[in-house]
Write a protein that binds this ligand. Sequence first.
Ligand code: SAM
Length: 197
Amino acid sequence: MINKEELEILKKKALDDHIPIIMDDTLEKIKEILEDEKPKRILEIGTAVGYSASKFAEYTEKDCVIDTIEIDENRANEAIENVKRIGVADRINIMIGNAVDILPTLDNKYDIVFIDAAKGKYPIFLEESIKLINDNGLILADNVLYKGYVMSDYNLHKQRTAVRHLREYIKEITENENLETEILEVGDGLSITRVHK
Ligand code: SAM
């Protein structure tokens, strides 16, 4: 049984601690997607403290497993404790390390991949996710519009690299003929890409 009260406590604590968890409207859209797609295995890149992974567990059937990767050891360890408290530890596998290194070592196949980590790595995450996804699976990526910077000609130096890589990501998901993409202006921009193998 999922402890929804603990999930709400986690959300509040993450927001109080300024941990960038998924926004409510983005989550609402992903909930609809998960209810339609009925995935059996989800991969998340960017666990933080386990909030979105726990919500995905809430929105899917009990036989759906979620593998999630987090580079920050403290956050990952917090996530491990959080998913136990919420009662979803048996469905969520938390891997600690850099997704760039971990993704090529995975041998499961996924129905859905959710990318929510370093924006500068989105093109690499996409390349690896395409290898790991089942035919007709969905790759979702959060923050693709990056507060509008992606659409703006002028960007501060510190945003430029992220913007360049996000533009590269958007170009690939919209121009690759095996990929079918919709970009929604929910949260910080959510891309939904259907992969035809
Ligand atoms: N999905 C989480 C949620 O909504 O509850 C929020 C994830 S937060 C936006 C992004 C996380 O990605 C951070 O905790 C960060 O440490 C992690 N991250 C950044 N680069 C990473 C990488 N290369 N590999 C794995 N995790 C990474």
